[in-house]
Design a protein around this ligand. Sequence first.
Ligand SMILES: [Zn+2]
Length: 231
Amino acid sequence: MVSLLLVVALAAGLWQLSKARSFQLFGDIVSQVETSEKLIALTFDDGPWNADITDQVLDTLNQHQVKATFYLNGKGMASNPNATSSIIGHGHEIGNHSYSHDRLVFKTPTEIAYEIETTNQLIRSAGYEGDITFRPPYGKKLFVLPHYLSQQDIVTVMWSIEPETYSEINKSSESIAEFVIEQSKPGAIILLHVLGSKNTHARDALPSIIDGLKQDGFEFVTVSELLEKKS
Ligand SMILES: [Zn+2]
């Protein structure tokens, strides 16, 4: 009985550890940056899946003169090279969000290396020259992934504001925008999934999020620019 409880407690501990936003066993992990400057980063996960939707998002960012950071999947880039080039051509930052978008826990070192390196190669061959940080699919990481990333000097970037996680907030673009603006503070990292065909609320919330935060005096920066403020 005691040993069963121990196993359950250990499993619960590992599960908590795997999704922790500001702690991992190896290497740098960042979910927000301590700064008094009103800087904030918009980050978009997954894809690209669809050229029209990508263009729509890029138009919105262009109109508002905002640079964002896109955490892309190797699989999405391989099947949508034009959308990938478009994001890079507009001067946005690109991060690595794995090749397959599988949960990268309990994977072998070879599988982890494939997920990271194939995706980095796709990002480079699409013409991106900036720093590449990594965001784990579902925010999940445990042993092998953080160890590999720290050996390669790749920073793990999580987030501090995630409106789509809460069904009550995710029900409309208005509630998403309101939540993000309320939760925002200097150095925050906002996570949205604006490239997904189903994520219309998040996509529609973008103009209000940008306008609202600008009115509050925030300046939008990329993840790399925000990391430069890290002490
Ligand atoms: Zn994702």
